[in-house]
Design a protein around this ligand. Structure first.
Ligand code: HEC
Length: 484
């Protein structure tokens, strides 16, 4: 049974991850506010109007959502994530330096604390609880109430923005995703630092004088993670498991919903699963485990995934609930197995954080003998006046990251039909040019610093270092995709 209440996308709500039950009320995030609805005993949904607990939370930029947790004593801890990827002068642009000091940190990139029992509180920089946190979507609290953990989405585009310092595959393998122990006034290092799994420490980011991962600088004094995960997997919801239904090894640890990556492209994507991470004492004890997988189906990518895990919750009977944000499914996972010993045998460890990026995803799917550029799909594509068939074929290869380190698939999708990060490029409708070969070449060369319909910029050349010939070939290919 599903009963809906509250604001919807149609009435102007943008959605989000924040929802909690506290003191007989449902708390939820709605745009710049956290509201609460009181729930009368025995009813499934509230009937009264929402009451504003806090308003004025910053919106806009790369991470406009406000997930939160409420502790037993009523602290409402809200994630106000960063507007940008790395506090660059120009967000996600090639070699754009970091703003120093990063002013954004006054109102974003941290956890803010409010009182869940009060109403009409107003967001203020003064209420910051912890800082240097790029995007903490998941919160979990242990049964003692003393340890609060948060997830951290690591930054993107180390190679795309800094190709002199990072190799193409480091785009996919750096930095690790993190779970951190939340401390009052803690500084977790964004934007100056990111976590390098090879050295198991925070290192200086290229925007702040980093040299490709050796220099440490101010990062020596920032707080590192208690557990780390493969790059870009996207840890969204997290919950502490404090029940008895599951086998004994799922005690004193967290389940994390990994939403799945986009920015490992052109290498194979990762995540799209539920992971269990043991957390004993102050550090991390034991290796993380892939608890549930297969949500994406045959194609593990943002545009191909059938389902993507986003939230997790534990029911009073110890079942685990998982929400999906592609089709709005809720899964319930229960354990009916026998002795713990049998369950211990089936352990699927998470891949190593330092595993290589692997082959370029599309190349992998090709026949081992290779393909002639004239064969297959591109052979049937039209050629722009003055262009050649070879150019269109080269553009196809650049588009898919096989030549020149092109990153187009990450945002525009494998078939150029769009993703949440970039528009469909096959509809012959253009916002930034007249759709001519020359026009498209100019858009690709300059990028789109201020998109009209998307939140984040398209870097010049998509962030890759393309030669003028490659950019022109790419435009010939994009042009060709639209002549239908
Ligand atoms: C980080 C994400 C990202 C990457 C990488 C990226 N783009 Fe884009 N692209 C966008 C966004 C966002 C827009 C602007 C849409 C808008 O204005 O709302 C855009 C716009 C465009 C447009 C103009 C569409 C129009 O309506 O005029 C073209 C052409 C294009 N991209 C091609 C490419 C190609 C080719 C590549 C690979 C080199 C690439 N993009 C890489 C995000 C990206």
């Amino acid at each position: 049974m599903i009963e809906r209440f509250g604001e919807t996308v149609k009435t102007g709500a943008a959605g989000g991850l924040g929802v909690a039950l506290y003191n007989g009320s449902i708390y939820a995030e709605v745009n710049d506010r956290i509201v609460r609805y009181s729930l009368s005993a025995g009813s499934l949904v509230p009937t009264g109007p929402p009451i504003t607990v806090v308003s004025g939370l910053p919106l806009g930029g790369d991470h406009p959502m406000h997930p939160f947790i409420i502790t037993a004593d009523g602290s409402l801890l809200v994630d106000v994530a960063t507007a940008t990827n790395a506090c660059q002068l120009k967000n996600r642009q090639l070699k754009s330096p970091g703003i120093d000091p990063c002013k954004e940190l006054e109102t974003r990139g941290g956890i803010w604390r409010y009182d869940a029992k009060k109403t009409d509180q107003k967001f203020s920089p003064a209420d910051r609880y912890a800082t240097g946190i790029r995007n903490a979507e998941g919160f979990a609290i242990d049964p003692t109430g003393h340890r609060i953990f948060i997830t951290q989405h690591g930054r993107d585009q180390l190679h795309a923005n800094w190709p002199d310092l990072y190799k193409p595959d480091q785009e996919a393998t750096l930095p690790s995703e993190e779970v951190m122990l939340l401390k009052k006034d803690g500084d977790y290092g964004w934007p100056e630092c990111y976590y390098d799994p090879w050295q198991a420490k925070l290192v200086l980011a290229p925007e702040y004088g980093g040299d490709g991962g050796h220099a440490i600088g101010v990062c020596a004094s920032k707080i590192g993670p208690v557990a780390a995960f493969p790059a870009h997997w996207g840890p969204n919801g997290m919950v502490f498991y404090d029940q008895k239904q599951f086998p004994a090894r799922y005690r004193d640890g967290v389940f994390i919903a990994f939403h799945g990556s986009w920015d490992r492209a052109p290498y194979a994507q990762g995540g799209y699963n539920i992971v269990f991470q043991p957390l004993a004492g102050k550090g991390s004890d034991g290796r993380c485990e892939i608890f549930a997988d297969g949500f994406a189906g045959a194609v593990t990518s943002p545009e191909g995934a059938v389902y993507r895990p986003s939230g997790v919750a534990v029911g009073p009977d110890g079942s685990l609930f998982v929400s999906d944000d592609m089709k709005g499914r809720i899964y319930k996972i229960t354990y009916v197995g026998g002795a713990d010993a049998a369950a211990e045998a089936k352990f699927t460890p998470c891949p190593s954080l330092t595993a290589p990026a692997g082959d370029i995803a599309r190349a992998e799917a090709k026949p081992p003998e290779g393909t002639h550029p004239d064969a297959g799909a591109t052979a049937n594509l039209p050629v722009p006046p003055g262009g050649t068939r070879e150019m269109v074929a080269l553009g196809d290869r650049v588009y898919h990251g096989e030549v020149g380190g092109g990153t187009c698939t990450a945002c525009h999708g494998e078939n150029a039909t769009g993703t949440p990060l970039g528009p469909d490029l096959t509809k012959n409708k253009w916002l930034w040019s007249d759709g001519s070969w020359v026009g498209i070449t100019k858009t690709i060369t300059d990028g789109v610093p201020l998109p009209k319909q998307y939140r984040s910029a398209m870097p010049a050349m998509g962030g890759a270092e393309l030669t003028p010939d490659q950019a022109s070939a790419l435009a010939a290919y994009v042009w060709a995709l639209n002549q239908h």
